[in-house]
Write a protein that binds this ligand. Structure first.
Ligand code: TYD
Length: 206
């Protein structure tokens, strides 16, 4: 059984996930917690190698199934070698994207099936599920402006990214797990404040 606390930060492109993951990590560190800030795809040497394949814009013939399996493979290494050990030591893990990203991008936007893709990642991680998920919600158009448009996922069509944004809304609305949806079109400071309030309310008391 893990004693730590696992937070996933989810949302479409350009929602500010990495900025807000860092700000939350800093706030928790200042409050005296051990924090492990990490991201997907990646987070371990093996998973970072898989990330390079996944985001390589020169690969133009990757079947959707290959993509889904590579995201799950990277996640498996990350969960086993980094996230679970950190939780077992009692750390708070903040992960910039996790299983819901696969459900939104591969399961729904690519059309591989939300249930199949969730089941694949749950198997790959031996059911390592976040204790709390933060969904940063921005309209797809607002996210597009902040995309640099160079990696293999970013260069997908506008319709694809619209489908991703709607998918995250649907996933959040249907999730039985503790979570919060935050309107990320608000100012950075307001979003950061809402995140800290939400996390403070759910963190187990030391
Ligand atoms: P990254 O540069 O980390 O994007 P962002 O800054 O938007 O988080 O690249 C990750 C890309 O991979 C991003 O386009 C989302 C996509 N992705 C999936 O399609 N499935 C997944 O399971 C994960 C974790 C990411």
């Amino acid at each position: 059984m893990s004693m730590g606390f696992f937070i996933a930060m989810e949302g479409g492109e350009g929602a500010g996930k990495s900025t807000h993951s860092k700000r939350l990590a800093q706030w928790l560190q200042e409050a005296g917690y051990e924090v492990v800030l990490t991201r997907e795809p990646g987070g371990t040497p093996t998973a970072e190698k898989i990330r390079n394949i996944l985001l390589d814009p020169e690969i133009t013939d990757m079947p959707d199934q290959t993509e889904a399996l590579l995201f799950a493979a990277a996640r498996s290494d990350h969960a086993h070698n980094k996230i679970r050990p950190a939780l077992n030591r009692g750390a708070i893990v903040i992960c910039d994207r996790y299983i819901d990203s696969s459900v939104a991008y591969q399961g729904i936007a690519r059309g591989l099936g939300a249930n199949q893709i969730r089941t694949l990642s749950e198997w790959a991680t031996e059911e390592l599920i976040p204790d709390f998920t933060i969904y940063l919600d921005v309209p797809a158009e607002a996210g597009e402006e902040r995309m640099d448009g160079i990696d293999r996922m970013e260069i997908q069509s506008r319709d694809f990214h619209h489908a991703v944004h709607q998918a995250f809304r649907d996933i959040a609305a249907a999730s039985p797990k503790p979570n919060i949806v935050i309107d990320a079109t608000k100012s950075k400071d307001e979003v950061a404040k809402e995140i800290i309030e939400a996390v403070s309310a759910v963190l187990p008391k030391r």
